[in-house]
Design a protein around this ligand. Structure first.
Ligand code: NAD
Length: 321
């Protein structure tokens, strides 16, 4: 069995490797070669922690396993540790023996950023110039860094509920050599691509804040009750997702479906666009929306990629188990 500690991930995993892994696994999901197991998420009644498992099996990539972990809200203050903690376990699909244990914290940020990037590659207009960010926390910086590689963006605009966090976005934009402007929410009408990645339980982005032709990646809503955009926006958009079952229950589409504005059948798999079985964007005026709920197979694909890199570089720790 191989161990890849969290401390090794930054030196091994690249945005490109995460992008490739996520694009392939979305395609495999749409082709029904890979499936996610039902998500388990429990408040454990200790340290206010939320703990759970996301797992699956990719028959095409022969990747079997799960990500275990969650959110310990007291970690930073009490122990100086980050609040999100996760570990990925991979198993040999031929025998069931454990194959690898991989640090999952940085991988989560990279695979989540890769998901919105894959959606931009396949759904945004080719001439997109302005990218709008809603959210400026830990994930937002990874999201923006990866998205900037997908089109020739000439400007970043950003809004955040806590404006004092906007310099996080500005730093990423500056590092990539792209100018940054803080805007109000109606100012998002200037964006060709919008990424929202907040922990909000009420919508910030309203339907009339979005111009025709925009691609929106809603990445923050991954739990029942969370919401980042007005449900009516989903009626103006062609809606894609990583996993339809998650989109309508814990993703951004949960509200539009519950309100009867759209139906489950209106939510399409991004993987179908990657595979060429759905045409994706069909006009320059169409609004496309990707509801990125975060699936276990993304974690497994990213972990499998990092295991390969660790073996190539000779940094995987082998234990007899
Ligand atoms: P963070 O705590 O670093 O940042 C939270 C962000 O939400 C900040 O921009 C903050 O200003 C904003 N925010 C807080 N309250 C708000 C409100 N009431 N209205 C609008 N914005 C508000 O968190 P993070 O690590 O960046 O994670 C952001 C979200 O992404 C979380 O909800 C997390 O669960 C989700 N997430 C999703 C995936 C996925 O695969 N889809 C993966 C990882 C994290």
């Amino acid at each position: 069995m191989l161990l890849i500690p969290e401390s090794e991930i930054a030196g091994l995993m690249t945005r490109e490797a995460a992008f490739d892994a996520v694009e392939k696994v979305f395609a495999a999901m749409a082709a029904k070669d890979a499936y996610n197991f039902p998500v388990v998420r429990e408040a454990i009644g200790h340290e206010d922690a939320l703990y759970g498992f996301k797992g699956g099996f990719d028959q095409a990539g022969l990747t079997l396993g799960l990500k275990a972990g969650g959110y310990w809200p007291n970690n930073l203050e009490k122990r100086g540790l980050i609040n999100h903690q996760s570990t990925v376990f991979l198993f040999d699909p031929d025998t069931g023996k454990p194959a690898a244990m991989v640090g999952g914290n940085l991988l989560t940020a990279l695979r989540t950023a890769a998901a919105s990037s894959v959606s931009i590659k396949h759904l945004a207009r080719n001439d997109a110039k302005v990218i709008g960010m809603i959210g400026a926390g830990h994930q937002a910086t990874f999201q923006l860094r990866a998205a900037l590689e997908q089109r020739r963006f000439e400007k970043v605009i950003g809004w955040n509920y806590h404006p004092e966090m906007l310099p996080n976005l500005e730093a990423v934009a500056k590092d990539a050599g792209v100018p940054f402007d803080a805007v109000d929410l109606p100012g998002m009408r200037d964006a060709d691509v919008i990424i929202s990645i907040t922990s909000a339980f009420a919508p910030s982005l309203m339907a009339d804040h979005v111009s025709p032709g925009t691609h929106i990646a809603c990445m923050g809503t991954d739990t029942k009750g969370k919401q980042e955009v007005e449900a009516a926006l989903l009626t103006r958009a062609t809606v894609f997702t990583d996993e339809v079952a998650q989109s309508i229950s814990i993703g951004e589409a949960q509200h539009a479906v519950a309100d009867g504005l759209i139906r489950e059948e209106d939510v399409l798999q991004l993987g179908a666009v990657i595979n060429g079985t759905h045409s994706g964007r069909t006009s320059n005026d169409e609004i496309t929306l990707f509801d990125g709920t975060g699936v276990g197979l993304q974690d497994l694909a990213a972990a499998a990629a990092v295991v390969d890199l660790a073996v190539q570089r000779g940094v995987a720790i082998e234990v007899d188990f």
